[in-house]
Structure formats: C-alpha cells, structure tokens
Design a binder for this molecule. Sequence first.
Ligand code: FAD
Ligand code: THG
Length: 821
Amino acid sequence: MSARDAAGGAAAAGPRVVIVGAGIVGCALADELTARGWTDVTVLEQGPLPAPGGSTSHAPGLVFRTSPSRTLTAFARYTVEKFGSLDVDGVPCFDPVGGLELATTPARLADLHRRAGLAASWGVHGEVVSAARCKELWPLIDESAVLGGFHTPDDGLARALPAARAQLARAEGRGARFLERHTVTGIERAGGRVTGVVTDRGVFPADHVVSAAGFWGPVIGRMAGVDVPLQPLAHQYARTEPLPGLAGATAEASRPILRFQDRDLYFREHTDRLGIGSYAHRPLPVDPFAVPGYDEARAGGLRMPSSLPFTEEDWAPSWEDCRRLMPALRGSAIEEGFNGVFSFTPDGMPLLGEARTLRGFWLAEAVWVTHSAGAARAVAEWMVDGRPELDVHECDLTRFEDAQRSPAYVRDRGAQQFVEVYDVLHPLQPMEQPRPLRVSPFHARQQELGAYFLEGGGWERPHWYEANAPLAADLDLPGRDAWSALHWSPVAAAEARMTRERVALYDMTPLRRLEVTGPGALGFLHGMTTNNLRKKPGAVTYTLLLDRTGGIRSDLTVARLGPDRFQVGANSPADLDWLVRHAPDGVTVRDITSGTCCVGVWGPLARALVQPLTRDDFSHEGFGYFRAKETYVGHVPVTALRLSYVGELGWELYTSADLGLRLWDTLWEAGAEHGVIAAGRSAFNSLRLEKGYRAWGVDMTDEHDPYEAGVGFAVRLDKGDFVGREALRLRGAPRRRLTPLLLDDPGAVVLGKEPVYVDGVPAGYVTSAAYGYTVGRCVAYAWLPVLAAGTGVSVEYFGEKVGATVADEPLFDPTMSRIRC
Ligand code: FAD
Ligand code: THG
C-alpha cells in the first residue's frame, strides 16, 4: 500500500498533483490550484513546516515591482494584491511601505527616468523625486551623495513565511495535504508521463508533479531526466545592531524599501535595526547536489540549508559604501549576517511550464518572493486551463536551446546575472560570456567585413558592418542621445538605403526552421494554423499558430516543398514544442536550424544578382511571390523562398551548413557588379517596421488575437476547423490595436517599452521601435485603444514627452510594388 492510500481521506477533485517543496512557490501553487477546484494536491517537503529551510525561510521580502519585463511586473503586482489580502493572526502579509531607488550618478538618474517609464507602461505608480525628497523619505541618508530617486509608494515588504503559511492554510482548508520531512528521492515515469513521486517515506502516485524545490530544482530535474537550467548563488544579507537613528521604532518598518544600485546594495528596516543585502561581492556559486536538506538535529534550528556562513572579507567594501550613504552607520556594527542561497537562470527569468520530454512534469523554479503569487497563478492556470492568462513566454522553460542548457553555460550565465543584477542594461546589451557560442557558416566573412556582433539565442548576429562605413559618409542623419546611440551606428542607415536601392545579403541563419513530414503533415498543419495550406507544392503561406482561446502563439511561414514535406519558418523554441506536442502518429516535426543556414538576398537588384547563378526561371512569372523552389545556385543546392521581411524583392536561400560559406561567396562574387553589401539586424529591424511586419514575442503574443494585432488577413475562418477558430468567432470588435506611430520630430527616437499617453493619460506602451530611414521618422508600434489615423499622442522617453501621430500602415510601399515585381 502506498503512503497515499494509507492516508485515505475525503474525496478530492481533479487529477493527482504532487508539488515538491513548500517554500513560497509551492504554497502559493497549492493555493492557486485548489482555488481552481484541483484539490487532490499533496505538497512534499523535506524540511519541517512552516519554516522548512529553503530560500523563503529568511528572505527579507523586498518587493520592487518595476522591471523591464512586463510579465515580471504583472507577477509582482498580483503578489502585492494577494499578500495585501492575507494575514496571519492579524498581521498582514504585505506592508506597503513603498519603494525608493537612489541615483548617485547621472547615468543612474537617467535610468531611473527610464524605469519610471517602464513602471507607467506596466501600470505601476511611481515618480522620480529630488534628493531632498529622498532625504525626507529616508532621513538616514546623506543627501549630498544623492542626485535623486525613483519612488514607488505601493511597493513594500512581503512577509514571506507568514504569506507561505497563509496560503498553505487556505490550500489545506480546500483539501490539500502538506507533508513535512518527506524527502523526494525519485520521479516515477512510464510512457513519457510522470506516474509518481518516490520519497524516503513511501511513493505518491501522481498525474502531475511540480518541482517547486527552489534552488534544489536541478536535483529534482535530474530525477526526472529534465534539465533545470538554474545556478544557485549565495548572496550576503546582514543586520546592524540597534541604531540610535531608529530608536523608539515600534513598527517593523515604516520607511520605503531602499535600493542603492550604484553600489549593488539594498536596505530595509527591522524595527530599530537595518537589514542590508549586497550583490557587490564575487559570485559565490553553490552546488545544489551538495546541499543537504534541513537537519534540525545538526542545525539546532539555526543554520538552514540555504543559509551559509557569512564571509566577512566579501562584506567589507559594501559596509564602507553603506557608511558613506548613511553616515549614522559609522558608529555602529553588523550584528549578524549570512550568505543566503537562491536561484539564478541564464537570463534572470523564472523557469515555468511543463517539460517537453516528460508529460505531467512541471517546473515552478527560480521565482522570487516578489513574483511568487503571480508565477504560481500562471502555472496553476496553465495546468488547469491549458494556458496562463498572461503572456509568459519569457519564463517558458522551453526557451533555452540545447546549447543554453549545459552546466557550464548555466554556471557562467548565472554568475553573470548575479553580477549584473542592478546594472543599467541597454535592451540590446549582449552577454559577454560564453562568446562566440553559435555562429553561422558566414561568420568568417562577417568578421572580415567588420561585423558588429550582438548576441541572441546564443547566436552571433551582425547588427551592421564597418566595411559599409564609407556608404554612410554622405548621409544626413539626426544626432542621437547617448542611450539610443549605444549598439547603434549610422552605418545601419546606409545598409537600409542600399537594401531599398540596390541589393544586400542578410544572414537569416538564426531564423528557426522546422521540417514537418509524413503522410498526415498537411492535415496536421492545416488544423494547427489559421491560413489555407491546401495548396500545391511550391506554395508558401504566412499563417498563425493560435491557442484555443484565439491568442497568437506564433506567426509562421509554411513552405510546401513536397506533398508530405513542409519547411516551417518559426519563432521561438516554443513553436517546436507546441507542434511536437500536437503531432499525430506518422507526422514528424524536426528542428533543422542547426544543420542548415539561410541568407536573404533582398533589394531591387536581387533578381539581377541571382538569376545568372541558376538555370531555373527566377522571373516574376517563373517564380512568383510567396513561392518556393528547390534548385541550385552555382554549386550549391538551395531551397529558395520568395519572400522578404524587409519588404523588397528577393529570396531567402537555404542550404546545409557545410555549403553555407560557398553559397555566401557565390552570391558575394556575383553581386560585385551590382554593388552588393552585407547588411545587419539594425537595418533589418528598421526596414521591417517601415513595412509593418510584426515580430512575435515583442509586438504580439498569446495575449492578443489576430484582428487586434493586425494580422487578421492570415485567418481563414471558412477553411474548416483549426485550433482557436471557435474562440475567434466569438471575439468581439477589437478594443485595442497594435498601432503604428510616427514620432513627429524627425530627430526623436524611442527604443521600445515606453509608455504612450493619450490625452495626457497613460494608455499603452511601445512594443518595438526603430528609426525608419526611408520614411525619415522613428517608427513605433504600440498597444493602444483604437485610435483614428492622425490622432496625436505622446511617448515618454527618459521622462520627456515626445509627440507622435497615429499613422496609416504600412508606412512603406502599401501597393507592394517593390515586392510583387
Ligand atoms: P524555497 O523557499 O527554497 O523552497 C523550496 C523548498 O523545496 C524548500 O523548502 C526545500 O526544503 C524543498 N525541497 C528541496 N528539495 C526537496 C526534496 N528533494 N524533497 C522535498 N522537498 C525538497 N526575493 C524577493 O523577492 N525579495 C527579496 O528581498 C529577496 N531577498 C533575498 C535575500 C536572500 C538572502 C535570499 C537567500 C533570497 C532572497 N530572495 C528575495 C529570493 C527568494 O527568497 C527566493 O527566490 C524564494 O524564496 C524562492 O522560493 P521557492 O519556494 O522557490 O524556494
Ligand atoms: N521568414 C521566414 N519565416 C518566418 C519569418 C521570416 N517565420 C517567422 C517570422 N519571420 C514570420 N513573420 C513574417 C512576417 C511577415 C511576412 C513574413 C514573415 C510577410 N508578410 C507579407 C505581408 O504581410 O504583406 C505577406 C503576407 C501574405 O502574403 O500572406 O512577408 O522572415 N521564412
């Protein structure tokens, strides 16, 4: 008899769920699942309850909601809302003391304005305040050291352990079981599904298992054969002795939680003491496999597994910084400190979702207290309803490529995330290590041309080529502020112009390619996507993957290369995951990105360049728009697709990786007489925005339907059934739209994520933006209420309001005369 049967109990509803770990995440998830009627929930915890010894047990609980990630901010907003409604014995689980981020350098002050913009975009109230106001809010600081601050009055302190207890109690009230001192030692599986969880005290059968084991995630993952790409690192937290400046305090805290990012420090009150956290020290990685569970006998209730001895030598410089910021600390000392362990992922985002390789095995890992309720709600919705309400693609555990899950990568990137946690990071800021990781076969040529590489998905991606600098010499471009000039060059403008006027080669290798084959492939893809795919081989179709509610999971190009053979141009690894999950027997879905490469040959002279290299007819009549051919270019077998994300005549040419360099050289040599150039992503992004082509994951996500996102043209409701069709039928008229804006001032630039004001009120946010070199204005797409073309709005950029006007789209070549020729 299993432990579960032995427990017996009341009839529980829903599938059998076992959650590993009763930290803040496990408790929140049990609460959210049982609230949705899944009450057969068992939470297994190796430590003693209610303080089992994980990261939650001593998290100081600062909740700053503002983040560049809209998803993380939404998670945090829900945490604040939820904890605000919870209490334990009358003590509320959230204390809205507010938040204050300080600037001591001009660059930081500018960044605080940018963060204020992010806050406005994501619905968080905050304002940039003077040094004097900072002093008023935090009397201990030396006003002369501070230039200003960002004050968010509704941020505050989460009481992490009480919040866990309150959610635990509520879940228990609905039938969940929390079993302490149960150490999970194995995950049972059969036929690609989880079937149960093994502990030192018996086996628990399960239909779903969620690892909420915090920084022990990789240990549980190994039991399930699933990579859990997180790196535990220790981080210093110390408390001062009682401070005269806080004498007489009765409340646990009354001043805002405080961040001093210029010195990688944060502060909170503990009644008459200060608690200080530091990210200033060297990364202190911890091997999760070497951290034992909680052993009360040995620990005497004090040393929890997530709390390592304080290292004085790492603390010393930070203590100096603290005393400079708060002179009152000069006469005081640290009373206690520890090095607390928690999780860092390669990109700093949580790991949520179901493993592709093991059905029913879920992760809810690398989640801060700040995001815990929101993340748990998303996972619960995902499990119960099949999808979260909120777009969580940035947290989806499938986002990492194979090359991004090696222990070495996870260790290096995790450490880097620790170092950068408070840095001012440009949206294009590339990772420094490990580089180069993935390179296309054209890499050597790109280096020769002086490519300025940035990194995405592990790929080295040229943003422009210094070799083209002479072409930029005579361009008359508006100047840029320092921020928008970072990772940008006027050479991009020249590359854009050459693409519109002559011909350019674009490395499209990182564009994800899937091969879908088998007798049922056509029916499968037709039923999974919105457009009509029942066309003869040789057709290419732009189509959408929707979820059941009609939200956009991706936009694809589907090339029918043979009766049962398709090449799909996709976006994120989640597309592969989604198609593999749904593929019936006899249909094979394979990611062929790594073994192949792609070069885009685009511009009015593209045909003149390519035609002499092939015996096939590349005329408009012989090779129409959105058609595919398998042919040869010089010595190289290629699949050619006639389409263009930059809005010019031309082809995407695909071949196997081994022949890539030969393909590039062939095109380069033939292009010499046409003045061919290599062009980078900076030009590419500008050109696609002028053309109004959406980027999935930035401009549109599964929170949006095709009509409001402006891709309704790819939906054929009359084609027969497809995923999302019924939901689309029921959708009303759009109340918001992905709206093209042109900034009024030809010299103004925004970069994305800025708030947009209509009639002076925040009404939406910019998704992507780039200077449109052909239209001579910055193009910005924004989610806004439905507005007529010509409406004036404003975009906030570093605290300044920039005028913009709703435009008609596309801004460039509405008659398609450049492409269909
Ligand atoms: P945990 O709380 O670690 O819970 C995981 C549980 O799983 C543990 O109780 C563990 O015992 C159990 N478990 C593991 N393996 C097994 C097994 N094999 N069998 C059974 N049970 C198992 N976050 C903020 O938002 N704001 C802050 O100010 C903040 N400051 C921090 C300061 C410090 C010093 C530290 C260490 C962390 C801080 N964090 C902060 C981060 C935050 O504490 C964590 O991200 C969060 O608590 C993680 O919660 P969790 O439930 O995922 O993990
Ligand atoms: N190339 C290929 N596949 C892709 C992309 C790509 N898949 C992912 C992503 N990029 C898809 N995005 C687009 C967006 C627009 C177009 C192509 C891919 C496009 N649209 C035309 C338009 O809207 O006018 C044509 C639409 C139609 O005729 O249906 O070209 O870059 N291979």
